[in-house]
Design a binder for this molecule. Structure first.
Ligand code: GTP
Ligand code: MG
Length: 138
């Protein structure tokens, strides 16, 4: 089975939607195998999103991600990376399919409630960014 890294973003934790988001994952057959609530510094958010460093929204994105606590989780399941992205929906909630997390909960293209790894390489790197081997329970 595959693993992916999920982040429940500040707009969702602020509105007490952590449980509602996790229910979407679990209903889709994904299992939470690691989970913690943390408050990223701006530097840590910048490091995590370094692939977007040249994008015009980088400063807004990293300021947002450091604004309030997030919940970082490892999700496991068959085809977990794609399944997670399917459940998240399109980046812009205006384009997200009905029933997806972003369609139901996201506030804008920036404050869009969740992050999910977009490839096996990204999943491996992002899981290692947040979790040690000891924290990963099968
Ligand atoms: P992630 O799972 O968070 O990586 O989302 P994604 O893969 O659907 O989108 P992408 O990697 O292209 O962008 C990363 C994040 O940057 C998005 O989830 C948004 O939070 C933010 N973002 C993307 N485009 C915009 C934009 O036009 N404006 C703003 N403010 N933020 C954006
Ligand atoms: Mg992305």
């Amino acid at each position: 089975t595959e693993r992916t890294l999920s982040i429940i973003k500040p707009d969702a934790t602020r509105r007490n939607l952590t449980g509602a988001v996790v229910k979407k994952f679990e209903d889709a057959g994904l299992r939470v195998v690691a989970s913690k609530r943390i408050h990223l510094s701006k530097a840590q958010a910048g490091e995590f999103y370094k692939v977007h460093a040249e994008r015009p929204f980088y400063d807004e994105l990293t300021t947002f991600m450091a604004s309030e606590p997030v919940v970082v989780q490892v999700l496991e399941g068959e085809g977990a990376i794609q399944k997670n992205r399917d459940v998240m929906g399109a980046t812009n909630p205006a384009d997200a399919a009905p029933g997806t997390i972003r369609a139901e909960f996201a506030e804008s293209v920036g404050e869009n409630s969740v992050h999910g790894s977009d490839s096996p390489e990204a999943a491996k790197e992002e899981i290692a960014f947040f979790f040690s081997g000891l924290e990963l329970v099968g």
